[in-house]
Design a protein around this ligand. Structure first.
Ligand code: RI2
Length: 309
């Protein structure tokens, strides 16, 4: 898929989910590189930087997209020719995408160990990382049931319940406002992540913080399933995470409302680290306080080169 088509598909949520948009961004850059037919390095780089900024502008919150794009472009400035740059971008994108899918699988293996017979699980929205945990535990023969929130306004919960039902998992759909009501019988919560800050705050689908509060009140374990490329390097340098606000029509059509009614449609919210019992990543189950160490260890000195880019 080319850059413009990818950008439009991400904006319109045809491609959604923090991991998927990161892989789509990486693939779009590889598409630009593979289709470039000239041999002018300057022209190639101008087109590449234009593609990069369009992709990064497509959705503002999930840092996975930023990390996917930067992983794909890593080292391109040192290439001596267009041919070298094209090869590097294509192989970086392939490595990022394969690593991303492998991370989701590893998270499933690690997280499944936290599920036991008799558990009642609650999940929110549609996270491939969280569902990897649930599906892996089911494939291991564990007996448990799952509640999934509808996740207004896009109702990604419908994707979740159908995906889990096809696996043969005992799954119940609830509306978002039923979370506290079912929490009495829930034993564990597994959610995904769009961004995790350097101090362990989770930014995920709107409503996640309500699940965390209700879980905390009921003494229910709250786990975040997140690939490490959802850790945000810029938050280490003090940057705030931008919370995307989407079209008002997603909440309610104007024709059913009095003209003076305002609509506010934030897509994500923040859950402080104190509500998180563990973050299940491809490098292990870590505490929110370990995000800084994992992020700096993985990025090394690159972290300083990346920031401000
Ligand atoms: P995976 C989604 O955002 C949800 O917030 C979900 O929890 C998160 O991305 C992570 O999804 P959206 O794109 O990467 O639906 O685990 O707005 O699939």
């Amino acid at each position: 898929m080319d850059v413009d088509t990818t950008v439009e598909a991400i904006r319109s949520m045809e491609i959604r989910g923090a991991g998927r948009i990161a892989r789509a961004g990486a693939s779009a850059l590889a598409d630009y590189a593979s289709k470039y037919e000239g041999d002018d390095p300057k022209e190639f780089m101008i087109g590449l930087m234009d593609a990069k900024s369009k992709i990064l502008d497509s959705r503002p919150t999930a840092v996975s997209l930023w990390n996917g794009v930067h992983a794909t472009l890593r080292g391109v400035e040192n290439c001596g020719s267009v041919t070298d740059a094209k090869e590097l971008i294509i192989s970086n994108a392939d490595r990022f995408n394969k690593g991303s899918l492998e991370a989701v699988r590893s998270i499933g293996e690690i997280g499944a160990k936290r599920i036991q017979d008799g558990d009642v699980i609650l999940t929110h929205c549609n996270s491939s990382a969280a569902l990897s945990v649930i599906k892996t535990a089911h494939r291991q023969g564990k007996k448990f049931r799952v509640y999934a929130t509808e996740s207004r306004p896009w109702r990604q919960g419908i994707l979740t319940v159908n995906e889990l039902a096809k696996e043969g998992i005992d799954i119940t759909l609830i509306i978002d406002s039923a979370v506290r009501s079912v929490m009495k019988s829930v034993t564990k919560v597994f959610v995904g992540a769009d961004t995790i800050t350097s101090h362990g705050t989770l930014v995920n689908k709107i409503g996640t913080s309500q699940l965390a509060l209700a879980a905390n009140e009921a003494r229910v374990q709250f786990y975040v399933c997140s690939e490490t490329y959802k850790f945000s390097p810029m938050t280490l340098f003090g940057d705030m995470v931008t919370i995307e606000e989407r079209d008002h029509d997603e909440v309610a059509k104007r024709d059913i409302l009095e003209p003076s009614v305002k609509i506010f449609n934030p897509v994500f919210d923040s859950t402080p680290s104190k509500y998180i019992d563990g973050i299940i990543t491809e490098v292990g189950l870590i505490s929110p306080g370990s995000v800084y160490h994992v992020m700096t260890r993985q990025l090394g000195d690159d972290i300083f080169k990346l920031i401000g880019d």
